[in-house]
Design a protein around this ligand. Structure first.
Ligand code: SF4
Length: 421
């Protein structure tokens, strides 16, 4: 272990066995967001099982994701995997005229045999020109944790985006449509939309409508796990608006203010536009403060949402943070958040799962936020858990979701309380 220092909070780095889903999991929320996109995983039966169990089996609708399963002869290099892939894609596109963007998603097996999906995407895009845009990214567990699948997917979209020199604000990160609509209304009522010229959300609801990007594009992140996408956007000439992430009242207000500052919108406009949503959020949060105040909470490294959520829980629900685990820490993306955490916070980057479990047993937190694989064993030991994957499947951003966000943590504690009574 070593301990570099940032914002006066020591960050402990652990390297050992990890317990995190791979980036393929992101397909579950990405395919719901981009209605004209199809995700074709080039992988194994394990990858297909992971997707099926994470997304549930869709019996009544045509699914918008699938796995092209590599056989032993592909893995042994005895067959031409490219020819096979081309055949599968041609068949798929013939059968599904609704697909406008096709993502070829890399996995551990495709990476192990060094199947060049970037070249395959180029070749297939050329042979289906005008009909479908074929892009590729990696969701492999060798390279990505589960939310990084969104990062690599959005990065591929940024590379495919056209150029513009028009002034605009882009909100980057997959948001449920209902949250996107709430933010769009706030940008309108505060005057940010008018000052920016245009507001776009990225990814768009239809992948074929990728917003154009250029030197007069300013972007703000809605999700904290988009480090590669942030760097690529900057590489395309866009400027990043640093901010807290829009979780809870403080995070959402800081996020709106940062966007307003970037376009010289007066603070008074933001206060006025946010007044009513803040009052609603205060009321909703009050329900859960009593349950959460003083509770000792532990984040295992999983979703990469840990630091912003820890900040929300500590500042707005008076939670006592015992340990905040993060899979990796990008200091530029997370700098504003880190400066809001208490100086004595214990932050652990990376994972050595056995050591972490030992620390949990020793410290006996009231609630552990962790991946599915660790929840059952911990519950069996009498430790209350919250599945971190729920945090990416549930609308939690913005003022109007602040109460729901607090409820996600309060519910398991209340359930346990009821069982004890
Ligand atoms: S990409 Fe790798 S880690 Fe993910 S399901 Fe496939 S084999 Fe497993």
């Amino acid at each position: 272990m070593n301990a570099p220092v940032l914002c006066d909070i020591p960050i402990t780095v652990e390297r050992g066995q990890r317990e995190v889903f791979c980036g393929l999991t992101g397909i579950v929320w990405l395919h719901r967001k981009m209605q004209d996109a199809f995700f074709l995983v080039v992988g194994s039966r394990t990858c297909a099982h992971l997707l099926q169990s994470a997304a549930g089996v869709m019996i009544f609708s045509e699914p918008r994701f699938a796995t092209a399963i590599m056989q032993e002869k592909d893995l042994a290099g005895l067959a031409d995997a490219n020819e096979e892939l081309d055949r599968i894609v041609h068949r798929l596109l013939q059968r599904r005229p609704d697909i406008k963007t096709l993502f070829l998603v890399g996995s551990c097996p495709s990476e192990v045999i060094k199947l060049d999906l970037a070249k395959a995407a180029e070749r297939l895009s050329a042979s289906h020109q005008g009909r479908v845009n074929v892009l590729n990214y990696s969701g492999s567990g060798i390279e990505t944790t589960f939310t990084e699948g969104e990062d690599t997917c959005l990065d591929a979209l940024v590379h495919a985006a056209p150029y513009t020199d028009q002034s605009q604000l882009i909100v980057v990160g997959t948001l449920p449509d209902v949250v996107e609509d709430q933010f769009a209304r706030l940008f309108e009522s505060s005057g940010i939309a008018e000052a920016a010229g245009k507001v776009a959300f990225f990814p768009p609801r239809r992948a074929e409508h990728i917003p154009a990007i250029g030197p007069n594009t300013k972007f703000i992140l809605a999700q904290p796990f988009l480090n590669i996408t942030r760097r690529t956007l900057i590489g395309r000439g866009a400027s990043h608006i640093p901010s807290l992430f829009p979780f809870g009242i403080n995070g959402t207000l800081a996020w709106m203010r940062a966007a307003a500052d970037a376009f010289d919108v007066a603070e008074a406009n933001i206060s006025k536009a946010c007044e009513a949503p803040i009052a609603r959020a205060e009321k909703a949060l009050a329900h859960y403060r009593e349950t959460l105040a003083g509770k000792r909470l532990w984040f295992m490294p999983d979703s990469q949402l840990e630091i912003p959520l820890a900040r929300f829980l500590q500042q707005e629900c008076s939670v006592d943070l015992q340990e905040i685990g993060v899979p990796y820490l990008d200091r530029q993306t997370m700098n504003s958040e880190l400066s809001c955490l208490p100086q004595n916070s214990s932050i652990v980057e990376g994972q050595d799962v056995d050591e972490q479990l030992d620390r949990i047993r020793k410290n006996q937190p009231d609630l552990v936020v962790c991946g599915l694989g660790l929840a059952n064993p911990l519950e069996a030991e009498g430790i209350i858990t919250k599945w971190s994957i729920e945090l990416v499947f549930t609308p939690i951003h913005g003022f109007d979701q602040a109460g729901d966000l607090a409820e996600l943590f309060a519910r398991p504690l209340q359930r346990k309380q009821r069982l004890r009574v």
